[in-house]
Ligand binder design. Structure first.
Ligand code: SF4
Length: 320
């Protein structure tokens, strides 16, 4: 069963001097009910643009987003509003995402009010239930965001995102602004809520060590495209794409011997002027002549490891 099916999604922006910035290019994937897809890549790879495009908080330039049987790209604003009840997002900066003039109860209850759910008393009861769900005391409802720590503010943001019982949550760098010790608490909270509520989550992070804890599958993005996607365990233990291998070499992995860190040369190329062929060829330790001119397609490898469940965009592997 598929809850979210994204086909050939792209988002372009006008760049300097008449150029076109391709923030997201031709991205396709699907998520089932209760499944968590981690999306990882360096800052500027397009993962946050992708997350916002899924909810049409940013208008995609092309592609299809089928959610729960409806093509979101065909809905106008009025038709989109009820669907948004089922699609929520948590942002990186919990403080910036919370209105400092509203009480926590008002903030968490706002989606209920906007969608006219319940009476005033029922909404207050739901707020109390949500505070308990995210591990905050009931009296937090009367207080203001500035009275809480960063981790507690992210709990408030999560409670608000869950108010309408969404089916899909996009967590966009939801822990990267927090201290490392607090990060693990919030990751554990999200993982626990995901299981209890059977939530589907698109979990976006620049940090593979964060993503691996919560994801059933992982998609690795580079310069607006998915370059590798597949089950988390396989991707974490037997990655195919040289970029994934470099990302993984930077983090310690349980039960996997460290074989030395792969240090990538240079920075992420300018998305307004991406390299021809494989966009990773300017930094790839395995670059071949063909990589300069032909862009590899994302596909299951035919040669080498035909049984691998991973899909990879790399000329080192012949596509099935
Ligand atoms: Fe490296 Fe070529 Fe594979 Fe791109 S296609 S990742 S440049 S080997």
């Amino acid at each position: 069963m598929t809850l979210l099916d994204v086909r050939n999604l792209s988002k372009t922006y006008p760049g300097a001097g008449g150029s076109t910035v391709k923030a997201v290019s031709d991205v396709s994937f699907s998520i089932g009910p209760g499944e968590v897809l981690g999306v990882v890549g360096e800052s500027g790879c397009g993962k946050s643009t992708l997350g916002r495009s899924l909810l049409r908080l940013i208008e995609p330039s092309a592609g299809e987003i089928h959610f729960d049987g409806r093509d979101l790209m065909e809905l106008d604003r009025g038709q989109l509003k009820p669907v948004r009840k089922d699609l929520q997002i948590i942002f990186q900066d919990p403080f910036g995402a919370l209105n400092p003039r509203h009480t926590v109860g008002g903030i968490i209850g706002e989606p209920l009010k906007v969608h006219r759910v319940g009476t005033r008393a029922e909404r207050a009861a739901r707020v109390a239930e949500l505070l308990d769900l995210v591990g905050l005391p009931a009296d937090a409802a009367k207080r203001y965001p500035h009275e809480f720590s960063g981790g507690q503010r992210q709990r408030i943001a999560i409670a608000r995102a869950l108010a309408l019982n969404p089916k899909l949550l996009v967590a966009d760098e939801a822990v990267s602004a927090l201290d490392v010790s607090i990060q693990s608490q919030i990751i554990n909270l999200i993982a626990d809520l995901q299981k209890r509520l059977s939530l589907s989550i698109v979990f976006i992070s620049h940090d593979l060590s964060v993503i691996r804890h919560v994801s059933d599958r992982i998609a690795v993005m580079y310069l607006g495209r998915i370059v590798e996607i597949g089950p988390s365990e396989e991707l974490m233990t037997n990655p195919k794409h040289p970029y994934t291998q470099a990302l993984l070499s930077a983090i310690p992995r349980p039960n996997v011997p460290r074989t030395g860190r792969i240090v990538l040369k240079g920075e992420l190329p300018d998305p307004a002027n991406p390299p021809a062929g494989c966009a990773f060829h300017t930094r790839c330790p395995h670059v071949m002549d063909v990589c300069h001119s032909d862009r590899p397609k994302l596909a299951r490898p035919q040669e080498g490891e035909p049984d691998s469940p991973l899909e990879v965009a790399c000329h080192l592997y012949k596509a099935a």
